[in-house]
Design a protein around this ligand. Structure first.
Ligand SMILES: Nc1ncnc2c1ncn2[C@@H]1O[C@H](COP(=O)(O)OP(=O)(O)OP(=O)(O)O)[C@@H](O)[C@H]1O
Ligand SMILES: [Mg+2]
Length: 257
């Protein structure tokens, strides 16, 4: 569904993402992990065309992304960035109305169908009680749910989530991850996330992609990727690996390598 082949992304002359080739499969949850500064968000910027890739091919449904009109791309792919800003007077509902933009012509008013989709996105993210509150005055967890809801109002086929659980307490982390799983299972939504929590990556991903210094070092199921050796090599940390009842690895750091 989303394919990258030999993709290089540069900032100025400096290559940040190198030779990135991967097939993100329809209806699967993929998680990119890797140290700070390894190029994870840069991959997202290239996938969403915020940044032009220098060379290689990025295709969605077998069409190179540079051939998509911005609006058609936004109908397929929604991105939750690492940092988000809404105008200070925007309510949650205003934010979701904004999420409908790709489906509207210039200055076209929202109609009943848009309202139904916005209501659905509010319900699925449990934002009913907050829809008229200003986004700027929500707690970190509530705000994160509002941005995810805006992404959903876009009705994308592919959801890119850059560190969706950062700053959240464990209850809200759990809720966001369960929401992602629910969207994936009930709507067959293809998900690509960036996570730092290796146990979360283990429990919620069909496939993990490990990048280090801009290059893919390993891909596969959580069971095959998340080994003590790999984590030691990439993060310089020794870990103990337990087992969840599902058989998936649970990662506990125990010291510097
Ligand atoms: N606008 C920019 N101009 C120049 N260099 C940049 C720019 N944005 C990011 N970089 C550099 O590119 C590299 C990769 O950054 P990126 O944001 O992709 O890392 P990341 O893996 O998402 O890290 P983190 O886990 O900290 O979010 C870093 O060395 C960063 O300093
Ligand atoms: Mg990042």
């Amino acid at each position: 569904m989303v394919t990258t082949r030999n993709v290089y992304v540069h900032y100025g002359e400096k290559p940040i993402v190198k030779d990135f080739s991967h097939l993100f499969k329809e209806g699967k949850i993929h998680t990119i992990i890797g140290p700070n500064g390894s190029g994870k968000s840069t991959v997202f910027k290239a996938l969403s065309r915020l940044l032009n890739h220098k060379s290689g091919v990025i295709e969605i449904n077998e069409t190179p992304i540079n051939l998509y009109q911005p609006k058609s791309l936004s109908k397929i792919l929604a991105v939750l960035s690492q940092t988000n800003h809404a105008p200070s007077d925007f309510t949650v509902r205003d934010l979701l109305r904004f999420g409908r933009t790709p489906h509207k012509r210039f200055f076209e008013a929202l109609n009943k169908e848009d309202d139904t989709i916005i209501d659905w996105a509010i319900k699925i993210t449990h934002l009913e009680a907050l829809e008229n509150r200003r986004v700027c005055c929500l707690s970190g967890g509530e705000r994160q749910r509002a941005w995810i809801a805006m992404n959903l109002a876009q009705q994308p086929k592919v959801l890119l989530l850059d560190e969706p659980t950062t700053y959240l307490d464990i209850q809200h982390q759990f809720e966001v991850m369960e929401l992602v799983k629910h969207l994936n299972q009930s709507l067959n939504m293809t998900v690509v996330m960036i996570l730092h929590d290796l146990t979360q990556a283990s429990l919620y991903s069909d496939e993990i992609i490990v990048i280090n210094k801009g290059e893919i070092v390993c891909t596969g199921t959580p069971e095959t990727v998340l080994t003590t050796e790999l984590i030691q090599k990439v993060y310089n940390v020794n870990v103990e690996i337990g087992r969840h009842k599902s058989g998936k690895p649970l990662i506990v750091p125990i010291g510097r390598a």
